[in-house]
Design a protein. Structure first.
Length: 206
């Protein structure tokens, strides 16, 4: 078996013994009792209990422009960072939760207009990943898109949904600083800027 191409085990190698909802709201919390196969054995681990946070799938996009040598990030208050030692206002890429059967691409185009006023045409899929698979079932779809950026940022979002979002237009020269000074604290924006850094290096050496 090639671990680079597939996992050691699959969905046939665990057994759910019981599951129940502890909370149902925008997020849902389940209590799950299960057993799963042990590495290098046919035996299973004794029954364990885990709490599972269920969230809808989400998608985000890094908007950039090679001609302008700029990219866009947004800043907003995040409840998950409320105990952060510096600030709960986080720098992020444009992102949102998929609405029903909405595709990631449709979600991103909608969120881009709401959070930056930018219209996106071509999207490049970078990664789909679980931000915190140890406890959360959310799947995040990460994209990049080249588009014309406004010269200056502004305030965006849907006030009726409690959104207050500051758009920042940053220079390519800011990337190295952002990736090393500790300002970025969420995975999608770090991954996106690492991709952009590699993209810039590649295009300059073509």
């Amino acid at each position: 078996m090639n671990i680079i191409k597939q996992a050691t085990y699959n969905n046939k190698d665990y057994v759910i013994e019981a599951r129940e909802y502890l909370f149902k709201g925008f997020i849902q919390v389940e209590k799950v009792k299960l057993r799963h196969r042990l590495f290098n054995q046919h035996a299973m681990i004794p029954t364990i209990q885990r709490e599972l946070i269920r969230r809808p799938e989400a998608a985000g996009v890094l908007i950039y422009n090679d001609k302008q040598q700029k990219f866009a990030l947004i800043e907003q208050f995040r409840i998950g960072a409320i105990n952060d030692t510096e600030s709960p206002w986080q720098l992020e890429i444009i992102a949102g939760v998929l609405d029903g059967d909405e595709s990631p691409e449709t979600c991103i185009r909608r969120e881009s207009l709401e959070e930056s006023g930018c219209k996106i045409d071509d999207l490049q899929h970078l990664f789909s990943f679980y931000p915190s698979a140890g406890a959360c079932a959310e799947l995040f779809h990460l994209y990049s898109a080249e588009a014309t950026l406004p010269e200056h940022g502004g305030v965006f979002g849907m006030p009726g949904e409690g959104e207050n979002i500051q758009l920042h237009i940053l220079n390519y020269t800011d990337i190295s600083t952002l990736l090393t000074n500790g300002r970025l604290k969420n995975a999608p924006v770090i991954m996106a800027l690492q991709w952009l850094q590699q993209h810039i290096h590649t295009t300059r050496n073509v």
